[in-house]
Design a binder for this molecule. Sequence first.
Ligand code: NAP
Length: 280
Amino acid sequence: MRIFIAGGSGVLGRALIPLLNAAGHEVAATTRSEVRAALLSRLGAAPIVVDALDRDAVLQAVGQARPEVIVHLLTDLGTGSSASNARLRIVGTRNLVDAARQAGTSRMIAESISWVYSSGAELAGEAEPLDPDPAEPRRTTISAVRALESAVSEIPEHVVLRFGQLYGPDTWYSRDGRYGQDARAGRLQTTETVASFIHTADAAHAALLALGWPSGIWNIVDDEPAAGYEWAPLFAAAVGAPEPNTPDSGNIGRPVSNARAHDTGLVLQHPSWREGFSTL
Ligand SMILES: NC(=O)c1ccc[n+]([C@@H]2O[C@H](COP(=O)([O-])OP(=O)(O)OC[C@H]3O[C@@H](n4cnc5c(N)ncnc54)[C@H](OP(=O)(O)O)[C@@H]3O)[C@@H](O)[C@H]2O)c1
């Protein structure tokens, strides 16, 4: 199939391109940077330099590529700004969906996040509503996720992948990533909040399988949601840092269920962060 990865130069796109090539697909992938365009070529994708916030440029790029599938992996987390990432989710997704409709692309697979459910102890499945009344900055994040998921559902075949916290080489959760550096500097901020992780290799594999999944929402998380006081000491040890403190925040978080993806045939290479942190 002809596949267009919006945000192909990011941590997930770089893992996905070789998987798509190995499965025989023809891949085009976007970046805003000429330097990363060369990286995309080396990975096996036809590079397209485009800013997702430039509506005309997105319409033109997708119109020329005429993909059968768009994989939407646009995120703007480089600066850690939830506002700029929310803008990309809202405006960038709008542009991409309109471009897909204009080009006759009938399938879209989109990256979303799994930490969108209200706090609680019960496992959250995909049918559970998004947290209805969060405080800022979470309010901005949730309303942008809502906008992204709603826009993507305008495409006839649409798969939304709600990923857990991505970890693995080149992510924030790696030896030289943001949290690895924080941990070694004694600044790792963890709490008792329950989080769900997913290794980038498993996230990319899920995106590959999603080419054949029915429309809908899928939590893509590992088998072991965990509180900060469980995972943070092992993360710190994995990246050569001292044991961090995990103060109380009053937020118990929410464990997320991966039953739907599991029942659809997703077999995880790293079913738990306990073993997966050894790859950092
Ligand atoms: N679920 C999660 O936990 C999650 C998800 C994603 C990322 N992250 C974290 O964020 C960190 C950064 O990851 P990353 O490098 O993949 O993300 P990123 O730097 O934010 O970029 C993701 C992709 O989006 C593209 N992009 C961003 N803004 C764009 C725009 N305005 N127009 C067009 N393309 C745009 C980037 O292209 P350019 O080449 O133009 O920059 C890149 O291809 C990672 O360390 C990871 O841990 C976490």
